[in-house]
Write a protein that binds this ligand. Structure first.
Ligand code: ATP
Ligand code: MG
Length: 393
């Protein structure tokens, strides 16, 4: 069996809510590791995972996609006898020494005060045995490449350098939101940001077949799968938007078409959000990035919507967003060259500072209700990256 020690992140700050957060973190871990034989244990604010060796890769992959932990490390355990503990320290140091690390220090924490050595004693003794066992290794207390930690609790735990977690809050602690997910770079990053705050996300993709290809649809599915791997799965709603788009193009002034289409998308998304009990809409908008994202046009776009529209990227520039998209693994999919439905119909000279009253007047003249209802009836659903065995409604 392999053991991992998890350090909860912001959870420690949440006072009375803490138990609830820990409960959700545990539930998420259980769902993600279902079927691997892994067991999850919790003692005094620390999570331990014990899994069979052949489930290590899966467990580590899951920990790299888990919101709510500050860090984790593979940990060795033994009884609370000095010899056993120092032998584990040598083993642990040797593991990292063999991977090229040459300087170290030892940290010790003793919760069980009946253990005969105090923290300083543990550090001193462990340091000596490691130095004796591994010629070429040195102590550096200021900037060590390797930190060996010894914790004396109900058992003894020894671990070396761990990995940083994603931090944030466990998905499922902040209600549900619906993200308007295009095939672009921004909206998957926005979806990820909201997951990081503990929100469980569903997504809506507006598909303009045959103007946008099935590859474009597949791209949206793939993006929902990648972001869903951080978000305990994403339910993706695929809404045909071609008729609505044609209707707008035929009846509305050319310069308004993009803003009006966005308004229609918002209205459809709000309806889905009501059906799915999502409490807000999320978009990948960033202020003034394109004509439809000036503050005036953003005001037009949301002017008929009652739910709050959250825009986690609003103050980020494109380079920052690209960096985030690369980090989370959506970038390579997002830049695949399949046209977005809005790009195909965008006018040469779009309104830059639309007046919301004018926008609403034009929108209402379009009488889109029947077409919106039809589109929602024809909507398809894909369940992307739900943990196996878990089918959240
Ligand atoms: P993205 O990279 O997310 O596509 P973008 O910079 O291309 O963003 P726009 O095309 O103006 O920006 O879209 C703004 C936002 O509107 C998107 O971030 C997304 O939330 C939503 N959106 C645009 N097109 C679609 C679509 N076809 N389906 C669902 N949502 C969409
Ligand atoms: Mg786009």
């Amino acid at each position: 069996m392999t053991s991992y020690l998890l350090k909860p992140g912001e959870l420690t700050l949440k006072g009375g809510n803490r138990e609830g957060f820990e409960h959700v973190l545990r539930r998420n871990l259980k769902a993600l590791l279902g079927g691997t034989g892994a067991r999850i244990e919790m003692t005094k604010g620390r999570f331990f995972i014990r899994c069979p060796e052949d489930a290590e890769t899966k467990t580590e992959d899951c920990l790299r996609h888990l919101f709510g932990i500050a860090g984790w490390a593979k940990v060795r355990t033994c009884s609370k006898t000095a010899d056993d503990i120092f032998n584990l320290c040598i083993e642990e140091a040797r593991y990292f020494f063999n991977r090229g690390l040459r300087t170290f220090k030892v940290n010790a924490r003793r919760t069980d005060k009946s253990f005969p050595l105090n923290s300083a004693g543990i550090c001193g003794n462990a340091g000596e045995v490691i130095l004796a066992a591994l010629p070429g290794i040195r102590v550096d207390v200021h900037k060590p490449e390797l930190v060996i930690t010894v914790e004396i609790r109900e058992k003894a735990y020894v671990y070396g350098n761990g990995e940083k977690g994603l931090r944030g809050l466990p998905v499922g602690t902040a209600g549900k939101g619906l993200c308007l997910l295009s095939g672009g770079i921004d909206s998957p990053a926005a979806l990820y940001m909201m997951c990081s705050r503990g929100m469980h996300l569903e997504a809506a993709y507006f598909h303009a077949w045959p103007y946008t290809s099935n590859e474009a649809r597949q791209k949206a599915v793939r993006l929902a799968e990648i972001t869903g791997s951080y978000g305990m799965g994403v339910r993706l709603h695929i809404i045909p938007v071609t008729k609505i788009q044609m209707h707008i193009k035929e009846r509305a002034p050319a310069e308004w078409t993009t803003v009006l289409l966005r308004m229609a998308m918002m209205e459809a998304a709000e309806n889905i959000a009501f059906m799915r009990r999502a409490k807000c809409l999320i978009t990948g908008e960033s202020l003034s990035q394109v004509a439809s994202q000036t503050i005036e046009n953003i005001t037009c776009t949301q002017s008929r919507i009652k739910l709050p529209v959250l825009r986690p990227l609003i103050g980020m520039d494109k380079e920052e967003i690209i960096r985030l998209a690369k980090k989370i693994g959506t970038y390579e999919t997002s830049i695949l060259p399949y046209q977005d439905c809005c790009a195909l119909f965008s006018p040469a000279h779009p309104v830059l500072r639309g007046d919301p009253r004018e926008a609403r007047r034009l929108y209402e003249e379009l009488e889109l209700k029947p077409l919106l209802e039809e589109a929602l009836k024809e909507m398809a659903v894909e369940k992307c990256a739900f943990p196996p065995g878990v089918c959240k409604d």
